[in-house]
Design a protein around this ligand. Structure first.
Ligand code: MG
Length: 319
């Protein structure tokens, strides 16, 4: 069985043959067209990405919109508009559709953009929600710019959303703060814009699948090795400081980026300016893949952990 990543890569290769209209094609957080227009799409499926015994329809909509906008943040783009398509049960009750749309609109309101279109269909099965985000990046930052000697940075704290999913998956109620980390991803648009616009970040990604797999994407796209110093990783207090959740929990929608070592004071000042914790968690080296280093300098290969929709079933849930 192929992994989700392999399927995405195969489909991207099928659809892409280069274009003079495109500055950055598939494989990054968003595509960038000539002129700087930046576009991405993000799908959320009931039973895979969310469940209605976990979150309300409005929360599911907000979460889907915020997750989609997070990809613009990772490019350093400014959002311009959203499009929303959904498939909902055809039982004559339109409240789910209204609540989903209201939630996505709230995510747009948070960054000052409106929903400019979309589509709706009856679904014979789960609710499916797809959000397209359109933005503009003046000087975009890709996943492919990490170079040996860069420092590795992350915003916020990690593992909270994963803690909520872990609790739900064993039939428990999550910590309220962890539930919020799942239902309401942060708005990192101002941070991404500043990191790109001020020439600080040289590579960047948003943390959707987990710190280790997403670090692996920067490593692969950059042709470099990422070393994560595990004792520096900001494990979310609402995850009980669980380092494993911080490393592989996913869905935190924080930003990870690399920058020249000389940028450290500017990065810390930017964190103060935006009231967002920015923490140095490692470095870039010559090589490939991701390694973990503890505070005594002992190293282990990070492997390829993280969420894969085709390989990792919920412990007790639907696929
Ligand atoms: Mg992304």
């Amino acid at each position: 069985m192929i992994t989700e990543r392999e399927l995405v890569e195969r489909l991207a290769a099928m659809g892409w043959k280069g274009s003079r209209a495109v500055l950055l094609g598939p494989g990054d957080d968003a595509a960038v067209l000539r002129g700087g227009f930046t576009i991405s799409t993000d799908i959320a499926v009931e039973g895979v990405h969310f469940r209605f015994d976990w979150v309300s329809a409005e929360e599911a909509g907000f979460r889907a919109g915020a997750a989609a906008l997070s990809d613009l943040a990772a490019m350093g783009a400014v959002p311009l508009a959203l499009l929303v398509s959904m498939a909902v049960p055809g039982d004559g009750d339109h409240s789910v559709a209204h609540d989903l749309q209201r939630g996505v609109r709230r995510s747009g309101d948070r960054v000052g953009v409106a929903i400019i279109g979309g589509d709706v269909s009856r679904s014979p099965g789960p609710v499916v929600l797809d959000v397209v985000v359109v933005g503009k990046a003046v000087g975009f930052v890709s996943r492919g710019g990490a170079e040996p000697d860069h420092h590795l940075w992350v915003s916020g704290s990690l593992g909270g959303a994963g803690a909520a999913v872990s609790a739900w998956s064993v039939g428990k109620s999550p910590d309220p703060a962890a539930r919020i980390r799942f239902a309401a991803p942060p708005n990192r648009i101002p941070l991404g814009r500043a990191l790109a616009g001020r020439g600080i970040a040289r590579s960047m990604i948003d943390l959707s699948d987990g710190l280790i797999p997403d670090a692996g994407r920067i490593a692969a796209m950059s042709g470099a090795r990422i070393c994560i110093q595990t004792h520096r990783v900001p494990a979310d207090p609402c995850a009980g400081g669980d380092l494993n959740l911080a490393l592989v929990g996913g869905e935190d929608y924080e930003l990870m980026f690399t920058a020249n070592p000389g940028m450290e004071s500017r990065i810390l000042a930017l964190g103060e300016e935006l009231s967002v914790p920015l923490i140095r968690i490692g470095m870039v080296e010559a090589g490939t893949g991701v390694v973990l280093e503890d505070e005594r300098g002992r190293r282990t290969d990070a492997g390829d952990a993280g969420f894969d929709h085709f390989a990792t079933p919920w412990p007790d849930g639907p696929r």
